[in-house]
Design a protein around this ligand. Structure first.
Ligand SMILES: *Cc1c(COP(=O)(O)O)cnc(C)c1O
Length: 382
């Protein structure tokens, strides 16, 4: 079955008892056991819940993994992965990195003795050089944030596996519609399902998909031991969002390309970063590694100073000024003060996050309306 069909049918069976096309929510925290010391399919909802199991089945199919785990947030999923590491281990991560991952790696992992090196993932020799005897894992984003870099995933997997590292891909921006990292040999895929997968700004969720039974087993043990599982209502909302994932991502990507082309010609714009534009440094690789579209995120630098940029992002009427992304409503933000505020300022500049950088998450509104809205907002600072 094709992706879109699996998104609707895998993990979504009618309720055998009532025929309800949409299975019921099981709010129960505990389940009756067949006997003392005997276990049924479910026993306690931290360890497993029918709605969570169902959406995990859908996620496994969409990413092409061995199995999936659903968490209470993307950061909970990321934290679970970092708990595969021990004190003394070393982690390599890309420097085009989500602000919350930066904070977790530098403030939580560092404090328990895990060292973290950020590298430019476009520099394969820098990755090789960063590997030490104690390096255990490499963490990257399939489409980086906020520069929308597209790293050479097959080459990085090869370097990782040649050095016995686990390769983990935060696939939040690309979604399995545009890239399925396990097909390129990655070991674990992570998602903030709060974003495109949920898709409606109404559900906080995180996902891990593992390549093998062995990795899934280790992650499941940590998740069950630490407890940041996805609740039944959020599991339902996530399952509902996944059914339209491909339609949304393809349509939003189409609008994003139109908007990027408009911005590139705008006299008030200094530069546009969109992997679908020929001017993007990773455009050729994006064409090769992303499946037929370039995503719904657009980053651009306005010809404005810090204060004027703050004014610009407050001046849109359709784009809401908010962090997060991937939903049907379009959002605008200033990475330097919002999504990437948890970077220290030197790291922020090194990652190219200037004060005049603006990140858009393009939603499902008519692109002409979105373009008009951006045009009037950019004029506020020129
Ligand atoms: C939002 C986000 C996260 C964190 O996910 P939460 O659901 O907010 O905890 C991680 N990575 C990326 C790329 C994100 O955009």
């Amino acid at each position: 079955m094709k992706f879109r069909t699996r998104a609707i049918h895998v993990g979504n069976r009618p309720d055998p008892q009532t025929g309800a096309v949409i299975p019921p929510l099981y709010l129960a925290s505990t389940f009756v056991q067949p006997g003392a010391g005997q276990w049924g399919e479910f026993d306690y909802s931290r360890s497993g819940n029918p709605g969570r199991s169902a959406v995990q089945e859908t996620l496994t199919s969409l990413e092409g993994g061995y199995g999936a785990l659903a968490f209470s947030s993307g950061m909970a999923a990321t934290h679970c992965v970092t708990l595969l590491l021990n004190s003394g281990d070393h982690l390599i991560a890309g420097n085009d990195l989500y602000g919350g991952s930066y904070r977790l790696f530098h403030k939580i992992c560092n404090s328990i003795g895990i060292e973290v090196s950020l590298v430019d993932l476009n520099d394969l020799s820098a990755i090789r050089k960063a590997v030490r005897p104690e390096t255990k894992m490499i963490w990257l984003e399939g489409i980086g944030n906020p520069r929308l870099s597209v790293p050479d995933l097959p080459a990085i997997v090869e370097i990782g596996h040649a050095n016995s590292l686990l390769v983990v891909v935060d696939n939040t921006f690309a979604t399995p519609v545009l890239q399925r990292p396990l097909e390129y040999g990655a070991d674990i895929v992570m998602h903030s399902a709060t974003k495109f997968m949920g898709g409606h700004s109404d559900c906080l969720a995180g996902v891990l998909v593992a390549k093998s039974q062995e990795i899934l087993g280790r992650l499941y043990f940590i998740q069950n031991a630490t407890g940041a599982v996805l609740g039944p209502l959020e599991s339902f909302l996530l399952a509902r969002g996944l059914k339209t994932l491909e339609l949304r991502v393809r349509e939003q990507s189409k609008s994003a390309l139109e908007i990027a082309k408009f911005l590139e010609k705008h006299p008030g714009v200094e530069k546009v970063l969109y992997p679908g534009l020929e001017s993007h440094p990773d455009h050729d690789r994006a064409k090769q590694l992303l499946d037929g579209a370039f995503g719904a995120m657009v980053t651009f630098a306005a010809k404005c100073d810090f204060e004027a940029t703050r004014k610009l992002v407050k001046s849109t009427k359709l784009f809401h000024l908010a962090v997060s992304l991937g939903a049907v409503e379009s959002l605008i933000e200033q990475p330097a003060t919002m999504s990437h505020a948890s970077y220290d300022s030197a790291a922020r500049l090194q990652a190219g996050i200037t004060d005049n950088l603006i990140r858009l998450s393009v939603g499902l509104e008519d692109p002409e309306d979105l373009i008009d809205d951006l045009d009037q907002a950019i004029r506020t600072c020129t």
